[in-house]
Design a protein around this ligand. Structure first.
Ligand SMILES: Cc1cc2nc3c(=O)[nH]c(=O)nc-3n(C[C@H](O)[C@H](O)[C@H](O)COP(=O)(O)OP(=O)(O)OC[C@H]3O[C@@H](n4cnc5c(N)ncnc54)[C@H](O)[C@@H]3O)c2cc1C
Length: 372
């Protein structure tokens, strides 16, 4: 049976570790910080295919959403999984494709959608929202929801540990040993050497840095997207669904906690920003939140963070084997929360049998190494 090393215990690395251990493989997962504590923690973590611009990308995300149901059903309880449905509405200032056209396109692709207007029904669904007009058209997406990323990571690493086949290392991988074109070992900054038959690079934003340890052509065409994310402490739980409002997105983040962000604010973030933004953007986001959900005006701001997602610029994940190095696999993605359980299961099959799931046909890591 193979021994597999995984670099990174974010949502993707943890899902891969769980699936590999379940399949009987020996797993060494190396995480330099808190498992699930980087991108996975600050993520908006919505299960959704709404934003996908083409059928191919929609199909991938939709498959990821369906996989979450199947994934959750494997456990006696799945406290990370919140299939709340989501409620979306647009306004006259929408850029790009009008809201109604986006919804019709999703519907034609087989996405479940339920139209309502604010005066008939949506007040009952989400009493706390101040819709722009009584007749604002709103749509319920019953199959969407959100995931508590850190909780998912912690629960499934514990389940993988229960198999007796997972070793979780707290350390930094600073080398991948390759001999005669084959992966042989991971090297840790602290001096440890872990012999492996295969390596999965699940290092999130650090995936290009980890890939560079192979000494082959570097990853090219990587995109980044930053978002201002605020967590509010609320006395009660005023938000029932994931909300995709015209000005603000909001969802519960557990009892007494609401997470908010806004596309309009993110569009104004300076390029490459990694730390806290100026007060002006924070104030603007909060004002949009208060206009949309007035009851949140009495909430306390708990955390103000910038989250940055790093992913292949064509919008597809990088999932699968790199042909230049036998035993090296990559798993980094946009929409990684939605895709993680699907990546975990199908990449495990790929490692165990060589079989490639058809949905990964355009996601090969090779495409990101044009220089090779
Ligand atoms: C603001 C924001 C909103 C988002 N919204 C959504 C959404 O609504 N829906 C959705 O599906 N996705 C969303 N995403 C994307 C999603 O959050 C990410 O795709 C996903 O969390 C990536 O998970 P990961 O495991 O690849 O990365 P990470 O969670 O970043 O994990 C990688 C881990 O690797 C570790 N690591 C790195 N280098 C090393 C090393 N050398 N040695 C050891 N460990 C290492 C890191 O410490 C880290 O813990 C959003 C992202 C952001 C930032």
């Amino acid at each position: 049976m193979k021994t597999v090393g995984i670099v990174g215990a974010g949502v993707i690395g943890a899902c891969v570790a769980f699936s590999l251990a379940q399949r009987g493989m020996r797993v060494h997962c190396v995480e330099r910080a808190q498992p699930g504590g980087l991108t996975t923690d600050v993520s908006f973590a919505r299960l959704s295919a709404f934003q996908q611009p083409t059928y191919a990308r929609f199909e991938l995300s939709h498959t990821g959403m369906i996989e979450h149901l199947r994934f959750a059903q494997q456990f006696d309880s799945a406290p990370w999984w919140h299939p709340t449905g989501s409620l979306a509405w647009g306004d006259d200032e929408d850029d790009g494709l009008p809201f109604a056209d986006v919804v019709h396109r999703l519907s034609s692709w087989g996405y479940r959608t339920v139209w309502r207007d604010a005066s008939r029904g949506t007040h009952a669904w989400e009493p706390a929202i101040a819709f722009p007009h009584e007749r604002t058209p709103a749509v319920l997406f019953p199959d969407e929801g959100w995931v508590d990323g850190p909780e998912l990571v912690s629960e499934i690493l514990a389940a993988a540990d229960d198999t007796g086949r997972l070793t979780l290392w707290n350390g930094t991988v600073d080398g991948i040993e390759v001999h005669a074109g084959e992966v042989r070992a991971l090297r840790l900054e602290a001096g440890d050497r872990i012999e492996v038959d295969a390596v999965v690079n699940a290092a999130g934003p650090q995936a290009p840095t980890v890939a560079a340890m192979l000494g082959t052509a570097p990853i090219e065409g990587v995109a980044t997207r930053s978002s201002l994310v605020i967590d509010l402490l609320t006395g009660d739980d005023p938000v029932r669904h994931v909300l995709r409002g015209a000005q603000v997105h909001a969802r519960s983040a557990g009892p007494g906690r609401v997470r908010v962000r806004s596309d309009q604010i993110d569009a104004r973030l300076p390029a490459g920003i990694r730390s806290e933004p100026g007060d002006e953007l924070v104030k603007d986001l909060l004002e949009r939140v208060y206009r949309t959900i007035p009851t949140l005006e009495s909430a306390t701001v708990d955390q103000v963070r910038i989250g940055t997602a790093v992913f292949p610029g064509d919008g597809f994940p990088s999932v699968g084997a790199l042909s230049a190095v036998s035993g090296y696999y990559e798993a980094f993605a946009n929409s990684g929360i939605t895709l993680a359980p699907f990546i975990g299961r199908t990449l495990t099959t790929h490692i165990a049998t060589g079989e490639i799931h058809p949905l990964w046909a355009r996601c090969s890591p090779d495409r990101l190494r044009t220089a090779s």
